[in-house]
Design a protein around this ligand. Structure first.
Ligand SMILES: Cc1cc2nc3c(=O)[nH]c(=O)nc-3n(C[C@H](O)[C@H](O)[C@H](O)COP(=O)(O)OP(=O)(O)OC[C@H]3O[C@@H](n4cnc5c(N)ncnc54)[C@H](O)[C@@H]3O)c2cc1C
Length: 390
């Protein structure tokens, strides 16, 4: 197959994609949107919604059929995330984490994958630490070999879906045969002796939960290794290429709803005897945001299409992520402002949307780190400021 270059890749949603989009939109409008504010206030995982997303096939959208999945392509996963986020960003995050961690990372075991796809269980990725956020390689959690077992010690923070997730993929340093330390990934049940989870209060995406996990000499069998010993970074990168196209689509979905609501509002809000939309200082920013959101959507789906074709999309995903999330945040900020003081009130949806979209600038690498990756690609590693060995 000829390699498709960004220049010759034309996006073309199939009829099946469009039917599927209508199906997810219908589900999200009916089951998700009416509860978004309530779930934000309750500040805990909406298990009812998780089960309904499982029953609707949204959590296993890219999983194989024999794992209870729908075996659709990555573009369909992007459509799922965009449509869910039009209704609620937390549910979109829950869905992309289950689909990308549960399906794209090896070693969960068939029972867990089936339970995740059905919305009966959740998995989480415990990677970040106090001194290892952007700098993933600086992990201080260790897994020491002890006969046929490993003993894991360390503390993870800012972990999505904690408390809540029953099983975690945990990054830890292991000693390889040539006595070097490298990063491996372990499957750890949240209820094992020595595991303690607690909540970290966050400003937005509150229904998706963020937490701390302490591993105090947690013993796991060597069969808990996910992928190869020392293969943790590789497993992460496979997932990141896809998940970095999904977070901008969550931002884009939310911004699209905000723009549609704001166009309607400005056509009806009368100030000085006429609709405020008749002022170009009001309508121009909205059409500019609409244009940027459309461009961001194309970038995200282009990057996802490359992953569907089995082609790496690191550069395209990094561009889609920083541009999509930044553009969405700016759009939602202006939408809030154009609603006047009502936009600022908790009883209207713009303030929650702004808090929720802010969460997306951190997950799976910050906006700045996406630019660092692009500098590495475009200028060369020596100009990225990264450790050359990383
Ligand atoms: C909502 C949310 C969900 C998350 N979910 C998970 C999860 O499920 N699992 C998990 O393990 N972690 C998760 N995280 C943590 C996330 O991955 C980290 O927050 C992120 O990688 C950044 O790390 P840090 O917060 O330690 O910031 P730091 O790495 O300390 O960086 C601080 C600031 O400096 C900037 N910066 C750092 N280095 C550079 C550089 N070289 N050039 C320019 N700017 C730089 C960063 O962009 C950032 O703005 C989540 C975080 C949030 C907010």
């Amino acid at each position: 197959m000829n390699k498709m270059t960004p220049g010759n890749l034309v996006l073309n949603f199939t009829e099946e994609h469009e039917c599927y989009r209508a199906y997810v939109r219908n589900f999200a409008t009916r089951e998700i949107a009416p509860n978004s504010r309530k779930w934000d206030e309750e500040n805990k995982i909406p298990w009812d919604a998780v089960r309904k997303m499982g029953e609707a096939g949204l959590l296993g959208v890219i999983a194989p059929k024999d794992m209870g999945g729908q075996a659709r392509d990555n573009v369909s996963l992007g459509i799922t995330i965009e449509e869910l986020a039009r209704a609620d960003i937390s549910c979109a995050i829950i869905c992309w984490l289950q689909a990308s961690i549960g399906t794209l990372m090896p070693g969960w075991g068939a029972d867990t994958v089936r339970a995740v796809n059905a919305g009966e269980k959740m998995v989480a990725l415990a990677m970040s630490e106090q001194d290892s956020g952007s700098d993933v390689g600086n992990t201080s959690t260790v897994a020491i070999r002890d006969g046929d077992d490993y003993i894991i010690s360390g503390t993870k923070i800012h972990v999505s879906l904690v408390p809540g997730a029953q099983v975690m993929a945990v990054t830890a340093k292991t000693e390889t045969e040539d006595s070097k330390m490298s990063i491996s990934m372990f499957r750890v049940d949240a209820d094992l002796p020595g595991v303690t989870v607690s909540s970290m209060e966050q400003m937005g995406a509150r229904a998706h939960q963020l937490g701390r996990v302490i591993f105090d000499n947690v013993r796991v069998p060597s069969s808990a290794l996910m992928g190869a010993d020392g293969g943790g970074r590789q497993a992460l990168n496979v997932r990141f290429n896809v998940s970095r196209c999904l977070s901008p689509l969550a931002a884009i979905g939310a911004a699209q709803t905000a723009l549609e609501e704001t166009i309607e509002f400005t056509k009806n809000r009368i100030v000085y005897g006429r609709p405020i939309a008749t002022n170009q200082a009001v309508s121009f920013p909205l059409v500019e945001h609409w244009t940027r959101i459309e461009a961001a959507r194309l970038m995200a789906y282009r990057a996802l299409t490359l992953t569907t074709l089995g082609q790496t999309s690191m550069q395209e995903a990094a561009m889609a992520k920083w541009f999509g999330i930044s553009s969405a945040k700016e759009a939602i900020t202006d939408c809030l402002q154009l609603h006047g003081a009502d936009g600022y009130l908790v009883e209207y949806p713009q303030e929650q949307r702004l808090r929720d979209v802010t969460a997306l600038s951190f997950t799976g690498g910050t906006i700045n780190i996406m630019k660092v990756l692009l500098v590495r690609e475009l200028f060369g590693r020596d100009f990225s400021g990264l450790d050359p060995s990383a």
